[in-house]
Design a protein. Structure first.
Length: 161
């Protein structure tokens, strides 16, 4: 799948998620966040948020550097950061967690699948309990077909419904 075909699907998913969500949406345990990430790779992000248990984050993306399709998932533990300048509708937190990834190389004549383990660490800024802005760094180690290290990450947002 080329990047030109993936972008309209990502935009459509975000628009549908926003339009079909209830007006009282906010980030509470059990809520779902849908949004986008720009970085390496860039794509659609989905998060199942839990306050007192791990949250689960998934990314379906396209690597513009390596020209491949990318899927990953992480279990995330969120930790509040005390900040005096935040209103009652805002939160600042850091997160960390383990995960895994799958890469499908779309190069002509090279249908390689890469599997590996990863971790992620980053910051969330929650605005109005509905919008989450985040930045993350994701170190990865491929284990199939060969062992190789890499680092990815990005900046993004999610809308909770």
């Amino acid at each position: 799948m080329s990047a030109s075909r993936l972008l309209p699907l990502l935009v459509l998913g975000f628009v549908l998620g926003t339009v079909l969500s209830p007006a009282q949406a906010q980030r509470t345990s059990g809520s779902v966040g849908l949004g986008g990430q720009v970085g390496e790779p860039s794509g659609l992000t989905l998060k199942f948020y839990n306050e007192s248990a791990p949250s689960y984050d998934f990314l379906a993306a396209w690597s513009l550097v390596d020209d491949n399709f990318f899927l990953n998932g992480h279990a995330l533990w969120n930790y509040d950061i005390e900040a005096e300048n935040l209103s009652s509708d805002q939160d600042l937190e850091w997160f960390v967690g383990p995960g895994g990834f799958l890469i499908i190389d779309d190069e002509p004549g090279d249908d390689e699948i890469v599997l590996g383990i990863s971790g992620t660490i980053g910051l969330n800024f929650v605005v109005d309990r509905r919008f989450e802005f985040f930045g993350q760094v994701t170190p990865r180690i491929a284990v199939v077909p060969e062992t190789e290290g890499d680092v990815g990450g990005g900046l993004g947002f999610r809308y909770y419904f």
